[in-house]
Design a protein around this ligand. Sequence first.
Ligand code: MLC
Ligand code: AMP
Length: 475
Amino acid sequence: MSYGPPLLLASLNPIAVAAGDDIPDALTIDGTTLSRSDLLGAATSVAERISRADRVAVLAEPTVRTVLAVVGCLIAGVTVVPVPPDAGVAEREHILRDSGAQAWLGTAPEGTELPVVPVRLHARSWHTYPEPHPASVAFILYTSGTTGAPKGVMLSRGAIAAGLDALVQAWAWTWKDTLVHGLPLFHVHGLILGLLGPLRVGSPVIHTGKPTPEAYAAAGGSLYFGVPTVWSRIVEKPELARELGKARLLVSGSAPLPTPVFDKLAELTGQAPIERYGMSETMITLSTRADGERRPGWVGTPVRGVETRLRDETGEPVPHDGVSIGGLQVRGPMLFDGYLNRPDATAEDWTEDGWFRTGDVAVIDADGFHRIVGRESIDLIKSGGYRIGAGEIETALLGHPAVAEVAVVGLPDDDLGQRIVAFVVPRDDSSEDLAVELTTHVGEQLSAHKRPREVRFVDTLPRNAMGKVQKKQLS
Ligand code: MLC
Ligand code: AMP
């Protein structure tokens, strides 16, 4: 039976949903389970309310309302701007201003000046909408750069479809899987892979709210997503980790998975995790395979449609010999359409011959296996799987009257990969209270995960002859 043209959210095809009474539930989130019919009916009702908008902001709490808002926009062809639920004043204002969002859809923060379109959980509509063009922008995802405020990554429907289909193939992902994760719904990992993936494939998804070891063990899924911090916390609780041995695949990404965590997870669950590598700008470009080798410290080979290469600082090729290190460049159908309002930043990231510079350094071996060695810039920090720009935190801290100078770095951390540490030259006296005040200030301006875990007061910052701070000397 043909259900018409392929849809981005294929498992919500209205004809299939109407015909299928034995298809699995779509999702469980915040303690509520929605059947596919409930989800389609309620999200279509959302689509009717916002179909004349171009772009709306969605406060991306892990709730049914967020899911209905996102799916409603995808049905109507309205661009979604996910906003971190804990975004502070400066970050939220920047996202709203830069994106040009016309309204909040669903929950809105207090005191907002934008109109608010409510999402009604019990409303239903069975109107059918034509599938929007694959080139249309589905999401603008805000992500940190080395300096300045976060940039809006424009991801098209076509890129998302290609990116998800490549993972379906790499991980042998089918509607028979149940996906479990508790990742935030405002980034590629939790939102695109962790919500749109299951809605494309037709596999149910259980969102655990927070990605705790207890919730993962209790969920009983077949496919699990986590950032390395999640996996390292799981292996700290062996009895819970063993529960995950019943799953088909455990997938790690968004930051390097430490080899001891890989080994411990393999030992406790009886299966080595899948590692995959990606970015907000590129979705997932490299992965090990459901039926292939899984090598600790390596992120596998290009997924379908992706090509990679290594280049040195002068743009010359670096051999794929498993030891030579070079800047990783990628191309493929799942790449973004550029940064919103930032043609300069977009142009900087692309080579003249059409490859995207990831900013990561890597090695590639003769079999095409990739190992991510690190980042080119010390100013991009990965903490708990979140990408955080040092410059953004420095700007926030310099806005505090007690701060004369500041340098922010990511220092190695067993739990978070890197932890944010702010070296502060205070204007007057420093104190324990001031450290807390500065941390709170960053949380209020930016968001909770951008707060420094540590504030160290220093008399001066190390600088070179040109006056540039020597961050490598800060540890
Ligand atoms: C944190 N806390 C602080 C603090 N930092 N308190 C005071 N000062 C600070 N500096 C608080 C937290 O808010 C939390 O409070 C408590 O301390 C415990 O912190 P934690 O144990 O570290 O947990 P938390 O930070 O809340 O969460 C860890 C985590 C989270 C792993 C669950 O970092 C996470 O969800 N990461 C996922 C990021 C992600 O999805 N990245 C994908 C990007 S896309 P309380 O009260 O809340 O307990 C991408 C592409 C790709 O990268 O390849 O996928
Ligand atoms: P983000 O923009 O939040 O999507 O972060 C993308 C960055 O996360 C990449 O440029 C890498 O530095 C890092 N990253 C993602 N996946 C992995 C991985 N499996 N191993 C190492 N680094 C990773």
